[in-house]
Design a protein around this ligand. Structure first.
Ligand code: NDP
Ligand code: GDR
Length: 381
């Protein structure tokens, strides 16, 4: 019998990679998607199966983490062996704008699933994975951060996730459930949401290199993060549910880069060298050299193409500062290495190169549309 998995947040970055992985492993995968006024399934369209065919192994259900009745009904119907709770309002800055909703979806949403499992008598049958986060460390108390490092959340998002973390631990201890937290550090990919800083950078740099955009506006350039690849990280989510005993694990690369370094690495990917001038909100990123233009043609000294040497392509905009910032995060993945055999496969440089490559393709499509008189949109969020 094929194993059955239920993924909340299946339309998100991790949901898409995890669904792909589980299907390859022979699972029947059920996903919960939200009703939206437009299709919001871009990331999983390649997995879609027509509901009219029999014996599908990828099935979507409408649902929402804020609706207990819906969760109970879906879990009862699906009878999953494993539940991966990836759904969340996952943007830290936006959580300051929508704190109550964030608490409801990210905090109480987790409780609703755990309670649904109890109500249905599935606490011994079904394993549960909670998408916990390095944001729990917030104002860091120890470097690097491990499973034993104390938490100090710094946003409504992180506080909601703190509740979700502890309710998962509590239900494991109180009811003997196989429930565990993956404390995942930042992980990115070409399908990362466009408003997270890595994707915002790779998209903008690709567009700037084609002359589709002049400038990239960012907030805190000095923030340090431990960035890995989402494709590698979802494998660990699955492995955490394949152990003898449920435990919590940190998943990280153990390497740290700044937002500024992220910009430099992306710029390098399109053949642009960068220098920085000024300080704080006056800091700007300037094109220092261009070795290859965006079409891959050598243009020594940057005399042709977009952008020009000396052009300011990065500016700081305080609107992207957060009321309370998480300045630095660096994970210690020793436990995952030892017990799960975790080795991050993708380096920071490979990750950025893959993202830039994919965003260049997207930008070229936009360029072509523009060339043929069709309008394209670029939101600055
Ligand atoms: P995304 O923002 O890409 O995806 C979030 C998913 O949750 C989307 O499918 C979204 O649906 C869904 N969702 C949001 N609110 C609800 C709701 N109320 N009910 C049902 N579904 C909802 O996040 P990621 O894939 O990057 O992250 C997955 C999980 O891991 C999240 O919980 C995140 O907080 C956590 N995490 C992420 C890290 C990262 O670096 N990526 C690191 C550590 C933790 P829709 O498509 O309709 O918006
Ligand atoms: P984060 O990711 O808050 O770590 O949460 P994000 O990419 O949003 O920010 C990383 C750092 O970059 C700084 N920054 C900017 N961030 C954004 N989004 N936009 C900007 O213009 C900008 N300029 C600078 C931020 O201040 C921050 O310091 C992500 C999410 O996926 C969470 O769901 C997850 O839990 C954590 O990673 C681990």
């Amino acid at each position: 019998m094929a194993k059955v998995a239920l993924i909340t947040g299946v339309t998100g970055q991790d949901g898409a990679y995890l669904a792909e992985l589980l299907l390859k492993k022979g699972y029947v995968v059920h996903g919960i998607k939200r009703r939206a006024s437009l299709f919001n399934t871009d990331r999983i369209d390649h997995l879609y199966q027509d509901p009219h065919i029999e014996n599908r192994d990828f099935i979507l259900h409408y649902g929402d983490l804020t609706d207990s009745t819906n969760l109970i009904r879906i879990i009862q119907q699906v009878q999953p062996d494993e539940i991966y709770n990836l759904a969340a309002m996952s943007h830290v800055a936006v959580s300051f704008e929508t704190p109550e909703y964030t608490a409801n979806a990210d905090g109480l949403g987790t409780l609703r699933i755990l309670e649904a499992m109890r109500i249905l008598g599935m606490e011994k049958k079904t394993k549960f994975y909670q998408a916990s986060t390095s944001e729990l460390y917030g104002l860091v108390q120890e470097v690097p951060q491990s499973e034993k490092t104390p938490f100090y959340p710094r946003s409504p998002y992180a506080v909601a996730k703190l509740y979700a973390y502890w309710i998962t631990v509590n239900y494991r201890e109180a009811f003997g459930m196989y429930a565990c937290n993956g404390i995942l550090f930042n992980h990115e990919s070409p399908i990362r949401g466009e408003t997270f800083v890595t994707r915002k950078i790779t998209r903008a740099i690709a567009r700037i290199s084609l002359g589709l955009q002049n400038c990239l506006y960012l907030g805190n350039l000095s923030a340090l993060r431990d960035w890995g690849h989402a494709r590698d990280y979802v494998e660990m989510q699955w492995l955490m549910l394949q152990q003898e005993e449920p435990e919590d694990f940190v998943i990280a690369t153990g390497k740290q880069y700044s937002v500024r370094q992220m910009v430099e690495e992306a710029a390098k990917g399109v053949g642009i060298g960068m220098r920085w001038e000024g300080e704080g909100v006056d800091e700007v990123g300037i094109v220092a050299s261009i070795s290859i233009d965006s079409h891959g043609t050598k243009t020594e000294g940057g005399s042709a193409g977009h952008p020009q040497v000396g052009q300011v392509i990065v500016k700081v905009d305080p609107r992207y500062f957060r009321p309370t910032e998480v300045e630095t995060l660096l994970g210690d993945p020793s436990k995952a290495k030892q017990k799960l055999g975790w080795v991050p496969k993708t380096t920071f440089q490979e990750l950025v190169a893959e993202m830039v490559h994919s965003d260049l393709e997207e930008a070229r499509r936009d360029e072509l549309c523009k060339h043929h008189g069709f309008s394209t949109y670029n939101y600055h969020e």
